[in-house]
Design a protein around this ligand. Structure first.
Ligand SMILES: [Zn+2]
Length: 456
């Protein structure tokens, strides 16, 4: 692949003299290009080294941590990790309660200015967070790493259908930028990027997409699902598209297959949160996710707080390694994920196989809680039963599950019976299945869509 480096100096054409910030990002990318192949043990050792610097800073300059860390930063090797696991988890409520006490009172030289972010989250209560320029630089490096991993052609057009400020990026025009955003454009000459507000009705989104004919589309998985289905119904599909990039919600089973079948393109998913940044990127060679160990420590913990083995499902606990402005140590992001095996691609970055969402949305049965795992085969069978556009399952009572559907037309009695039989086979004979056809399927307060919700 030929990379179109962008020179910031008009009289220097080759090799390109990229901008100062571009050079800084490239110096990180140069390192990441090597560290991705390190064995997992070496990555863990280096994480420990960085983590101790973060702990040292937090203990000195962050009021919330002043009396909480003890001598943790002075312990070495495995003993460190044992002590680390005694450190209490930090919940969303803790962060809200702590407020400014989580902000650093002093920032060392070289970390730059601060930016503020507010995140809503599933509870609807906002979190006030700050980030340093240095953290943002790490974020930029991972942004560009993701493009490079997936072999994107920077000359192409990137389209995004995502949250925009109210009244921004509206249909029919959307918004237009002559590059892919600062992280990438600091280094490479890129094509244009266009964006449309995610609140646009799906038919207008499709109209916009077919007019723009981008090379890459970035959106939420549930939006992609609706776009692909609507496009299949109308028999009009984007012609130039090479990849569909998904962010912000859990990727439902079956969407990868659907997108490949209808549009002939691969889905590339990214796992990140507003408070913590990137957690994992999809592997270029498989559908698994590589933890971004160079910038964040991600622990997947079982019910007893022990690290999960491959194949086990646990809570996602996150420690960003470089945001000294607001250290979050062992932050519980609220999701669950399944730990993966070492990846066949050879990268040492640990993997997670899938992200499962929030514990509140486990299925409750007389025997206890379990994940209502739907395979792409399950979903394929469901969608073969009737012209379903979107679906959601809600446990409304201990013994009742509501199957919420949006369909292209009213269902026949036979189709409805088929769906009830499918749901009972999937969730269990003990459940009564209700069918519902609401005008809109509900989203969480943060705008995220989950295909299974528990309302008990
Ligand atoms: Zn891999």
């Amino acid at each position: 692949m030929i990379l179109p480096f962008e020179s910031a100096l008009p009289d220097i054409a080759w090799p390109a003299a990229v901008s100062g910030r571009g050079m800084a990002t490239l110096s990180l990318l140069f390192q990441l290009d090597r560290t991705q192949w390190w064995p997992a043990d070496r990555l863990r050792e280096s994480q420990q080294t960085q983590l101790k610097r973060l702990l040292h800073h937090a203990g000195q300059h962050v009021p919330f941590y002043r009396r909480r860390l003890g001598t943790l930063a002075d312990v070495d090797g495995e003993a460190f990790w044992q002590r680390w696991r005694d450190l209490p988890l930090l919940t969303r409520q803790d962060v809200q309660k702590a407020g400014d006490d989580l902000f650093s009172r002093a920032l060392p030289d070289g970390h730059g200015e601060l930016t503020e972010v507010y995140t809503s989250g599933s509870t609807g209560k906002p979190i006030h967070a700050v980030r340093s320029d240095l953290w943002l630089l790490m974020w930029s490096a991972v942004t560009v790493r993701e493009h490079l991993w997936h072999g994107r052609e920077f000359a192409g057009k990137l389209a995004a259908i995502r949250e925009s400020a109210a009244g921004k990026a509206l249909y029919p025009e959307g918004e237009r930028l002559d590059n892919w955003g600062f992280s990438t454009a600091d280094i490479f000459r890129t094509g244009a990027s266009v964006s449309l507000n995610i609140t646009t009705p799906v038919d207008q989104q499709l109209d916009w997409l077919l007019r723009e004919e981008p090379d890459y589309l970035l959106t939420h998985p549930t939006m992609l699902d609706r776009l692909v289905r609507r496009s299949a119904e109308l028999g009009r599909r984007p012609q130039r598209l090479k990849q569909a990039l998904t962010i912000s919600e859990i990727l439902a089973p079956g969407l990868r297959e659907l997108c490949r079948a209808e549009w002939g393109v691969r889905v590339v998913d990214t796992y990140s949160t507003r408070e913590t940044g990137y957690l994992a990127l999809q592997c270029p060679d498989t559908d698994h996710y590589h933890l971004q160990s160079e910038t964040v420590l991600v622990e997947i913990l079982d019910a007893d707080g022990r690290p999960c083995a491959p194949g086990e499902i646990g809570r996602v606990i996150v420690t960003p390694l470089h945001n000294l402005a607001m250290p979050l140590l062992r932050y519980d992001v609220g999701d669950h994920a399944e730990m993966g095996e070492p990846c066949s691609c050879g990268r040492g970055l640990p993997t997670i196989r899938r992200i499962l969402g929030r514990r509140q949305n486990m299925l409750r049965t007389a025997q206890g809680e379990r994940w209502p795992l739907l395979s792409s085969d399950d979903i394929g069978k469901l969608l073969a039963l009737a012209p379903i556009r979107q679906y959601q399952f809600a446990q409304t009572h201990p013994d009742r599950i509501e199957v919420r559907l949006q369909a292209a037309r009213p269902l026949t009695a036979e189709e409805a019976q088929g769906i009830v039989a499918w749901a009972r086979a999937k969730f269990g004979r003990e459940f009564r299945i209700d069918l519902a056809f609401p005008a809109e399927l509900s989203r969480s307060a943060s705008g995220k869509f989950e295909d299974f919700i528990c309302l008990l």
